[in-house]
Design a protein around this ligand. Structure first.
Ligand SMILES: Cc1cc2nc3c(=O)[nH]c(=O)nc-3n(C[C@H](O)[C@H](O)[C@H](O)COP(=O)(O)OP(=O)(O)OC[C@H]3O[C@@H](n4cnc5c(N)ncnc54)[C@H](O)[C@@H]3O)c2cc1C
Ligand code: FES
Length: 278
């Protein structure tokens, strides 16, 4: 007898195993599903999460792909659905569809230097890539993480960042836009860190995630530093509905971000990103 294939539009029921407050309005949810074996995911991919009775939104994986049973998503409360997700407590049910979309090009990064550039919540979709890079550290050249947050209290994954900063095989540079309370680090937008970073442009791959304006400026600064647009990858955000390339909600020029992205080569979207409101 044929086993029916899962319907990609029908959410599976999952439960919140635990929650961890990361910062103002930001929470990491660890989920448990009854999927056996677990679906697994590639760094950069996303799930569609349903807050029952409220709605469904795309949220990137933020956990370690080497631990597929620990599905983690880091959510910022910006509107109805994301706020409902952030309010969930351990044991609460939610809907999950995915994983969907393209991942960070880690196979392409083998033997090369990798610069990860995160703005604000953009550190969450990059964290699985960093776990994977560090998990097979000898495969890659120099690794650099440049992270910018609005202020000191907006810095996410603080304890992990502190641990990463003690490593000798990873360079971590952080900056904040404004520092109202004691802060001994760099102040300025994240692109100012690119100018200070040391990388060999010819052999570097750049992974960039954050607000779109920040990604555009970062890509331009990387280009000015000699990195080709083909070696720069961005994670795009668009409003999504189906998540599987059928409804057209997430169109950007000739791309459907849910299917052809969210991770795309800058060379492919540079012109579309220059057109406001596209
Ligand atoms: C591929 C992909 C991955 C994503 N990964 C994550 C993730 O890991 N964590 C996460 O928290 N969010 C992530 N997002 C964004 C998330 O999907 C949106 O924040 C969410 O859809 C907002 O829905 P809402 O109903 O809560 O708010 P809405 O009612 O849709 O929006 C409320 C207000 O917030 C603004 N808004 C909407 N989205 C954003 C945004 N992304 N940033 C700032 N303001 C916004 C709207 O313009 C509106 O003013 C991702 C989006 C995509 C496309
Ligand atoms: S969300 Fe439907 S096509 Fe992308």
């Amino acid at each position: 007898m044929d086993v029916p294939l899962p319907d990609p539009l029908r959410p599976r029921i999952a439960r919140v195993r635990s929650t961890h407050r990361e910062g103002p309005e930001v929470c990491t949810l660890e989920l448990e599903t009854d999927q056996d074996p677990p679906a697994g995911f590639a760094p950069g991919q996303f799930n569609m999460l349903t807050a029952f009775g409220v709605g469904e939104v795309p949220i990137s994986f933020s956990g370690d792909p080497a631990e597929p049973r620990r599905v983690r998503h880091t959510v910022r409360a910006v509107g109805a659905v994301s706020s409902a997700l952030v309010r969930l407590h351990a044991g609460a049910p939610l809907g999950v569809r995915g994983p969907f979309g393209t991942g960070w090009p880690l196979p392409e990064a083998a033997g090369r230097d990798v610069v990860l550039i995160a703005g604000g919540l953009g550190i969450a979709p990059l964290r699985p890539a960093l776990y994977q890079l560090l998990g097979a550290r000898s495969r890659y050249g120099r690794l650099t993480l440049l992270y910018g947050a609005r202020g000191p209290r907006d810095i996410l994954f603080r304890r992990e960042l502190d641990a990463w900063r003690t490593r000798t095989d990873l360079t971590v540079e952080m900056t904040v836009d404004h520092a109202a309370r004691p802060w001994h680090g760099h102040v300025g937008v994240v692109t100012t860190l690119i100018e200070r970073a040391r990388f060999d442009a010819q052999r570097t791959l750049a992974l960039v995630c954050g607000p779109e304006i920040m990604m555009r400026f970062a890509a331009e600064a990387l280009g000015a530093g000699g990195i080709a647009p083909e070696a720069i990858f961005l994670s795009l955000e668009r409003n999504m509905h189906c998540g599987i390339g059928t409804c057209g909600h997430c169109q950007l020029g000739g791309l459907l971000v849910c299917r052809d992205g969210p991770v795309v080569r800058y060379a492919r979207v540079r012109d579309a990103l220059r057109v406001r409101e596209l």
